[in-house]
Design a protein around this ligand. Structure first.
Ligand code: PEP
Ligand code: MG
Length: 841
């Protein structure tokens, strides 16, 4: 074992080489050797061998050099366990000295040989001996003068002659690469990519293949799929008469690989080698079970394969590559499902900032709704609507959003707020609409007087200036960086179908409007798990009607408003039933936190007074009277249903009438009605008896029978604790983890954004509990609620419908608890389907 881990091993088909001992590159090279591909002779140094070298314990150089024969030319490349963890840059042409130079002059001519020698001396001085690059810069000299002066400069700077002995060069190069791996910045970079603190570095020493000389000589890299789309396409580059490193950077002299009208190609120059490269791509794909990019050198017509790495790929390409490998039976479908990160799917549902684009960051807030959009800064919803009317994209910038902003949000391309967390109004609506959204950008100031936003560094961006909101990263950027489009292609659909074939927990969507429901259907949600009916009144002229209902100060006035609301609701539900075509639809009765529905500024008060035909003073007085100190714990949810029963009765009637209409057309709808913010069994009992009465009345009036299911939203700690009682009257329990988190922590959903980053930075909370379900605390309430709920009713349906529903950890938790489904924003449905499948496999 010890011998193996400290090994310096010639890579042969049978040598003991392991990715976790010698690194991914060494392992991959061995696979290529096993496939009998023309790989130059290569030696692998294990992690332990390299770590000994970093400590100054050098192995015997003669032993390493022996397999390469007399006077070799070598390259050294890093081989970390995961190629993404990086490593020090390659060092080429170890072994270059006067006698080697003479030999190369004969082979490739004096100018090329001298240039090679010069490059080696310079790179050895700078990268191995860490001398100042400026001391080796001789721009006005010929190559042979520059070589002479570089050797002198080396002697002067390093206090010793340039080493000619290949053993010395090799030892020094190995030592410098081994030490570079231990440097702080290298460590931080790889740890950011998930490398453990003790990640090892292997090194591979390989005989150089020379892309210089007589006949077809050159170096290049080839891949067989497009890195952005994953579609089959031979791409890469080839530079004749060049070394590997140059071929990768020398875009000007590159020629095409495949035949091309625009210029010469490798396929024309060397059809046999080209054909060999195509065949190698296919061999690699089938046996390495991956799309590889292959680095090659042609040495006087002979092909050498120096290396092969996983093709770098965008998310869209990752999906297509995995699906194609499974369709070709190279990997099983389950493995294709496992290979894709659910977060990568979310990326495909929205436009994104091109990963290669420059980012000039104005501020970083909370990434509340993914995707990116560019537009002009506007500060009011009216201006957003005016922008939209002019056909101009805009970004709605608000301190925080309220229901009055809903029209502005519809009109805007993205939303940016200074306050609020992941479950704030802007965030929830943004996700529902699929609108990129950054919230809680508290370092930004809105200067309404000057009509601009001011960044922490003092930069000002005026109304009308163009900015970009990147809701995927939480960054707000200057100007309009290049974007990449959403990609819902056939490969995406196939992958998700395979995920559905294996997963064992349902995935529904939180959808409030017909548009949401359509999105949910497009993403193959298995029904609606939460329709927040108050959100149906966020748009158009409806907000006014909702406010009139809240404002009504006597039963007659209220009944008049409810009579107007009822047909609107009935039409809403009819539309949802039609779109969901027999899939379950869970409708939550009104839960309007009053502050979300009352105007908060003078203009809003004026609008409302116009609408109600009341004096502003009267409206202001009534708003003040209705105001609550703590609206999230005020007249919400079922409390409204208990205090003013006719509101829920109107909703129940609308649901049942829509059900009858749908079922008369053969739809087979069994609506689910859910009561929010319950804390006591008696609340459920009361509401249930009233809804039963409405059902009976509709059955009689319409002379038509139907069924419905009544359930309870468990979102107060007490409801979880009393779930056994509550389950007596509820066919299902759906855990609302937004409110449950708020109430378990005593942490306001709308204010937590202000101090959450301090809490997370100082490790008080591992993560924002509104973002990532708190398994230890809130999770325990969920377990208690589930267990007690089942005690009260053994076949009770259990689900989770808070914003956590789309996250992997919450899905994992719900599976383990035996929940029936999770419900999340429509745009999170595909990621949830994939996560659920991966957790099953
Ligand atoms: C919840 O509280 O988890 C929930 C889904 O309801 P809302 O976000 O509407 O309060
Ligand atoms: Mg709630």
């Amino acid at each position: 074992q010890v011998a193996r881990f400290q090994s310096i091993t010639l890579i042969t088909p049978t040598a003991a080489i392991a990715a976790d001992a010698h690194g991914g590159r060494a392992k991959c090279l061995q696979r290529l050797v096993r496939l009998d591909l023309p790989v130059p002779k290569t030696i692998a140094l294990s992690f332990d061998a390299v770590s000994q070298i970093a400590k100054g314990q050098m192995p015997d150089m003669a032993g390493i050099l022996a397999p390469f024969g007399y006077d070799p030319l070598l390259s050294i490349r890093p081989s970390s366990q995961d190629p993404d963890w990086g490593g020090p840059g390659a060092i080429l042409n170890i072994g270059m000295n006067p006698s080697q130079h003479r030999r190369l002059c004969d082979r490739m001519g004096e100018p090329a040989a001298t240039r090679l020698y010069l490059r080696f001396v310079q790179s050895y001085a700078v990268h191995v001996h860490r001398l100042d690059p400026e001391a080796f810069d001789f721009p006005d000299c010929t190559d042979s003068e520059a070589l002479k002066r570089s050797l002198e400069a080396y002697e002067f700077e390093a206090d010793e002659a340039f080493p000619d002995d290949p053993a010395v060069q090799l030892a020094e190069a190995l030592r410098s690469m081994a030490r570079a791996w231990d440097g702080t910045s290298a460590r931080l970079l790889r740890e950011a990519k998930g490398a453990p603190a003790d990640a090892g570095l292997g090194l591979v020493v390989q005989a150089m293949a020379m892309g210089l000389g007589d006949g077809e000589c050159g170096a290049g890299v080839i891949q067989y799929v497009n890195s952005n789309t994953g579609m089959p396409q031979v791409t890469g580059r080839y530079v004749a008469q060049s070394l590997r490193r140059q071929a990768l950077i020398d875009a000007d002299n590159a020629i095409y690989l495949t035949r091309d009208k625009r210029g010469p190609s490798l396929e024309d120059r060397s059809p046999a080698v080209f054909e060999q490269l195509i065949a190698i791509g296919d061999i690699c794909r089938r046996t390495l079970r991956e799309e590889m990019a292959v680095e090659f050198t042609i040495e006087s017509g002979t092909l050498w394969i120096l290396d092969a790495v996983r093709v770098p790929r965008a998310s869209q390409a990752a999906v297509r590559i995995a699906v194609a490998l499974a369709c070709d039976e190279i990997i099983p479908r389950e493995e294709a499902v496992m290979r894709i990160q659910p977060t990568a799917l979310t990326e495909l549902l929205h436009r994104q900032v091109d990963p290669r684009a420059q980012r000039d960051i104005i501020v970083k807030g909370i990434a509340a709704s993914p995707g990116a959009a560019t537009g002009r800064i506007v500060f009011t919803s009216n201006d957003a609507q005016a922008s939209a009317a002019r056909g101009e994209g805009c970004i709605l910038v608000r301190r925080e959003t309220t229901p009055e902003d809903i029209r502005g949000m519809h009109a805007a391309h993205a939303v940016l707020t200074m306050r609020g967390g992941i479950t704030s109004h802007a965030a929830v609506i943004g996700r529902g609409l699929g609108l990129p959204c950054v919230v809680g950008a508290s370092a930004l100031i809105i200067d309404r007087k000057e009509g601009c936003i001011v960044a922490a560094d003092g930069r000002k961006f005026a109304e009308g200036e163009i900015i970009t909101v990147d809701g995927t990263t939480g960054e707000v950027l200057v100007g309009a960086p290049v974007m990449v489009e959403a990609a819902l292609d056939d490969a995406f659909q196939t992958l998700l179908q395979w995920a559905d074939d294996v997963r064992d927990i349902g995935v529904r969507a939180n959808a409030d409007t017909p548009d949401d429901a359509q999105t949910a259907r497009n993403f193959a949600a298995e029904g609606i798990g939460l329709c927040r009916t108050e959100h149906m009144f966020f748009s158009g002229d409806r907000l006014g009607v909702m406010r009139e209902m809240i404002f009504a100060d006597n039963a007659d006035d209220r009944r008049a408003v409810l009579d107007r609301l009822m047909p609107m609701q009935r039409a809403d539900f009819a539309a949802l039933f039609e779109i969901m075509a027999g899939l379950p639809v869970c409708i939550r009765l009104f839960d309007p936190p009053l502050h979300e529905f009352l105007p908060s500024d003078k203009a809003g008060l004026r609008d409302l007074s116009e609408q109600l035909a009341l004096p502003v003073a009267k409206v202001t007085e009534r708003v003040a009277a209705l105001a609550e100190y703590n609206p999230m714990l005020g007249m919400r949810g079922v409390r409204l249903g208990i205090a003013i029963p006719e509101i829920y009765e109107m909703q129940a009637r609308a649901i049942f009438e829509a059900t009858v209409d749908a079922n008369k057309n053969g739809a087979g709808v069994v609506p689910e009605i859910m009561i929010p913010v319950v804390s006591a069994m008696r609340e459920v009992e009361l509401v249930k008896s009233r809804i039963d009465a409405v059902a009976a009345s509709v059955r009689t009036c319409r002379k038509y029978d139907f069924e419905y299911r009544l359930g309870v939203m468990v979102e107060t700690p007490r409801a979880a604790l009393r779930a056994e009682d509550i389950a007596q009257h509820a066919e299902f329990l759906s855990f609302g983890t937004n409110d449950l988190t708020q109430m378990t922590y005593g942490l306001s959903r709308d204010d937590a954004g202000r101090f959450m980053s301090a809490y997370v930075q100082q490790g008080v909370y591992a993560e924002d509990p509104f973002h990532s379900l708190d398994i230890e605390g809130v999770g325990e309430l969920l377990s208690i609620g589930a267990e007690r709920g089942r005690k009260g009713r053994s076949n009770i349906t259990l689900s989770l419908c808070g914003e956590h529903g789309g996250t992997r950890s919450a899905i994992d938790f719900c599976r383990k608890q035996g929940f029936d489904y999770v419900s999340c924003s429509p745009f999170r449905v595909p990621g949830a389907r994939l996560s659920a499948a991966q957790l099953t496999l």
